[in-house]
Design a protein around this ligand. Structure first.
Ligand SMILES: Cc1ncc(COP(=O)(O)O)c(C=O)c1O
Length: 350
């Protein structure tokens, strides 16, 4: 059996129901590029979730979804305000800047979040040709630190954007985890909060691959079909993304899987709290845990249960739970962590 990882939720495999849907879709010929009934059905699934007057475009990757969602909102002289920990800023190899030719303006974040009160001071030089013109605020839900924006915080961004003629973008690579953690529909905390465009993730929650760019202002999607193709995100065999999304929504599979990964993150966090010397550094609100282990422990642990060091200076690591993480793996991990921490403490005391 393959070793299980705590490195990322995209280290997990494909949920059997998604695999079944892929196999079912694998018969006969249908038109390519999304002109097929699987895609029509999946678009309807999104409309049931968010309302009939949305536009939705399926793409391969989360980075692609972010770049395209932002592209719809921006001219190259316009800029995106985002957290200094935002995936678009730290983990997309400059894809937004390269492809949009727009500046990202990072803003100091705490636990992956920033607040609308921090934005006004960045809105300098509006209307002046020597300055980039902020046009989009981008937030991540759940955040890169596994924390959540509360619906009223998103609404505050939405209201601000409306007042200031900005767009609000959400990177929802882990929107499933946020949805179950908040216990309300994303229609409420995304659409009704004033979000204009979002990336809706599938890959990290049991799909093989596939994300969606969802527009709540359909006029923003006017050129998206061209932009998606030009950005190499138009899948010719589109039915294989679409069929996955329909299986994802069927019987609320997406919510069941995210409930599981969030619950196991809570269990892992609770167990880590019992180990002397381990410090949990961020609130655990979705499926990620950030922690600092005593010196020398995380290196050994990571060899057996791979995970990433997130902040090298602090030796802070990230542990992610996935739809297929098992309680027995958490028990093994905790047992090993405990004995390594005890050994480290004995060594420290000489
Ligand atoms: C918050 C967030 N956004 C976007 C992505 C995009 O993912 P990818 O382009 O790897 O599919 C990731 C992946 O780790 C992520 O964590």
């Amino acid at each position: 059996m393959n070793k299980k990882f705590f490195a990322s939720d995209n280290c997990s495999g494909i949920h059997p129901k998604i695999m079944e849907a892929l196999i079912e879709a694998n018969s006969g010929h249908v038109k390519g590029y999304g002109y097929d009934h699987y895609t029509e059905t999946a678009e309807q699934d999104f409309k049931r979730l968010f309302g009939d007057d949305i536009e939705v475009f399926f793409v391969y990757s989360g980075t692609g979804a972010n770049v395209l969602g932002l592209q719809a909102c921006l001219h190259p002289f316009e800029a995106v305000i985002c957290s200094d920990m935002a995936h678009i800023h730290t983990d997309e190899t400059g894809a937004p800047e390269r492809n949009l030719m727009s500046k990202l303006i990072p803003i100091a974040s705490k636990n992956g979040k920033f607040s609308v009160d921090q934005v006004p001071e960045l809105l300098v030089g509006r209307g002046v040709e020597h300055h980039v013109q902020p046009k989009v605020i981008s937030i991540t839900q759940s955040t890169e630190y596994g924390t959540l924006y509360q619906p009223e915080e998103i609404k505050a961004f939405g209201d601000f954007c409306k007042k200031e003629n900005l767009y609000l973008h959400v990177d929802g690579a882990r929107i499933s985890n946020a949805t179950v953690a908040l216990g309300i529909s994303p229609r409420e905390f995304i659409r009704e909060a004033g979000v204009d465009v979002m990336s809706f993730g599938g890959t990290k929650n049991g799909m093989m691959m596939g994300e969606a760019v969802v527009f709540f202002k359909p006029e923003l999607a006017k050129y998206m079909k061209y932009q998606r193709k030009q950005s190499m995100q138009l899948f010719s065999k589109m039915r294989f993304i679409s069929a996955q999304f329909s299986a994802f929504f069927k019987d609320d599979l997406w919510l069941q899987l995210a409930t599981h990964s969030n619950r196991l993150a809570q269990e892992l966090s609770k167990a880590l709290h019992t180990i002397e010397g381990v410090r949990i550094t961020k609130p655990v609100e979705a499926n990620a845990i950030f922690a600092i282990f005593p010196e020398g422990v995380s290196e050994q642990l990571a060899e057996e249960f791979p995970f990433y060091v997130w902040n090298e200076a602090l030796n802070e690591v990230r542990l992610m739970c996935s739809w297929d993480t098992e309680k027995s793996e958490i028990d093994l991990f905790i047992e090993r962590a405990k004995s390594l921490c005890e050994a480290a403490e004995k060594f420290r005391q000489g």
